[in-house]
Design a protein around this ligand. Structure first.
Ligand code: HEM
Length: 405
């Protein structure tokens, strides 16, 4: 990438570093003030869009920006590109091809369909809470936040119970490692092993389709190859687990540290929805989205050349004072404006309605059944790389409401 011709300031911002995780809100506040389009010289050089206005513009401008992964493995949703992992569909497709996949999936994720999933989601939430209550000591991340979205999405997709654990391990590996490390390389190989396991599941769906998303795809007139179908499964499974798990774990920690808000939500369960939306704005589980410049253009007076990479900093867009009054303050009663946590434009989150349903049912059920839960904040652990998905790794927790051990 040509970093010399630019009119914007160059910084060494490494969004995978611990320092960035620590200081990201300050870094972005400076960028929004001084350079809404800046440049980082890390990972071969990339532009950073920090303001709501410019970030939103880029995500909606399909003529100049693409999310595609190229044949050589570059491009795609992440910086640096995950060269070896398979291309995600629909997430890393553009144009008409992207639209065809969205149409094939639409009926399974539209609001009226998702509304009917309420009993299914409630059952999974109840079973998961049952297991925790009987233990009294538990890990709110591993035993709750990581379990519910995974079971919901994998069962909805049609992944059999005995394959779910290996699929989840594969997904977790894909997101665990820092880029450019030996660990990341090994992980990608393991990711491919999961891919192979899933091919067997697909073969079974082709033999006897059922009432699940994979079977819908098998029947669709897209005539997908196994490889294409699996890349959809991985995209939906990835999109549906990491972010939703992160959202739920942040909610539990937030309600640990803000007991007055917890009391309010227990008293008024309808306030769980605005709480969830404000939390999304506040911490942005999908904290960045990368794009490739496919045609020369100019954004915020900065010329961008074909082949350049852009990091749209969702975290920063969601804290932009030009859009959200007093954006640094957490306020569930604030005037509702479209936050960018689910993206915008053609790639707007496919699973938005399902994510909201899961979150609402989970938090309402948690506060109804375990209103006293407490988290050991000191022993809790957070991931180091907040540039893609900030998330809690460990949340040691307890309740006094279960049966005596
Ligand atoms: C808190 C929860 C979630 C957040 C914050 C989130 C965030 C996002 C964002 C920001 C995008 C846009 C990506 C882009 O523009 O490149 C996206 C796309 C997507 N999400 Fe979600 N998501 C969540 C939950 C889910 C769930 C529950 C599912 C599925 C069950 C899902 C499936 C997808 C898929 C398949 C895409 C790709 C859509 C496309 O490219 O057309 N997401 N998500």
């Amino acid at each position: 990438m040509n970093v010399t011709q630019t009119r914007c300031p160059v910084h060494s911002i490494d969004h995978h570093s611990a320092e960035f995780a620590e200081r990201r809100h300050d870094i972005f506040a400076e960028l929004r003030r001084d350079a809404p389009i800046a440049m980082s010289d890390c990972y071969g050089g990339f532009y950073i869009a920090a303001s709501y206005k410019l970030g939103r513009h880029i995500l909606r401008d399909d003529e100049h920006f693409s999310v595609s992964r190229f044949e050589d493995g570059t491009g795609g949703l992440l910086i640096p590109a995950v060269m070896k992992s398979p291309k995600l569909r629909p997430g890393e497709l553009d144009g008409a091809e992207h639209l065809a996949y969205r149409k094939a999936l639409h009926d399974r994720f539209k609001p009226t369909t998702v509304k009917m999933l309420q009993p299914f989601v409630q059952r999974i939430v109840d079973e998961t809470l049952d297991a925790v209550i009987s233990k009294r000591q538990f890990d709110a991340m591993h035993d709750l936040a990581a379990v519910i979205p995974a079971r919901v999405v994998l069962e909805y997709l049609g992944v059999p119970r005995d394959s779910q654990v290996s699929v989840l391990e594969g997904l977790a590996l894909g997101f665990r490692a820092a880029p450019d490390t030996a660990e990341a390389t090994d992980d990608t190989d393991q990711f491919r092993a999961v891919w192979r396991d899933l091919l067997e599941v697909i073969a079974e769906k082709r033999r006897s389709p059922g009432d699940d998303v994979m079977s819908t795809l098998v029947r669709s007139d897209l005539n997908l190859t196994d490889e294409q179908l699996l890349s959809v499964v991985m995209n939906v499974a990835l999109g549906g687990t990491v972010t939703t798990t992160s959202w739920m774990s942040y909610a539990m920690m937030f309600l640990e540290q803000h007991r007055d808000l917890r009391a309010r939500l227990i008293e008024n369960p309808d306030d769980v929805a605005p709480f969830g939306e404000e939390l999304l704005r506040w911490f942005s589980p999908a904290s960045s989205l990368a794009r490739n410049v496919i045609q020369d253009t100019e954004v915020g007076d900065v010329p961008l050349k074909q082949g350049d990479r852009v990091y749209v900093a969702i975290t920063s867009l969601n804290r932009d004072d030009d859009v959200f009054e007093d954006a640094g303050t957490f306020d569930i009663d604030r005037e509702r404006k479209q936050h960018m946590a689910f993206g915008v434009g053609a790639h707007f989150c496919l699973g938005v309605h399902l994510a909201r349903l899961e979150f609402r049912i989970f938090i309402q059920s948690l506060l109804s059944r375990l209103p006293d839960y407490s988290i050991d904040v000191v022993r809790s652990e957070h991931n180091q790389s907040a540039g893609v998905t900030p998330r809690w790794l460990k949340l040691p927790a307890s309740t006094n409401l279960g049966e005596s051990p």
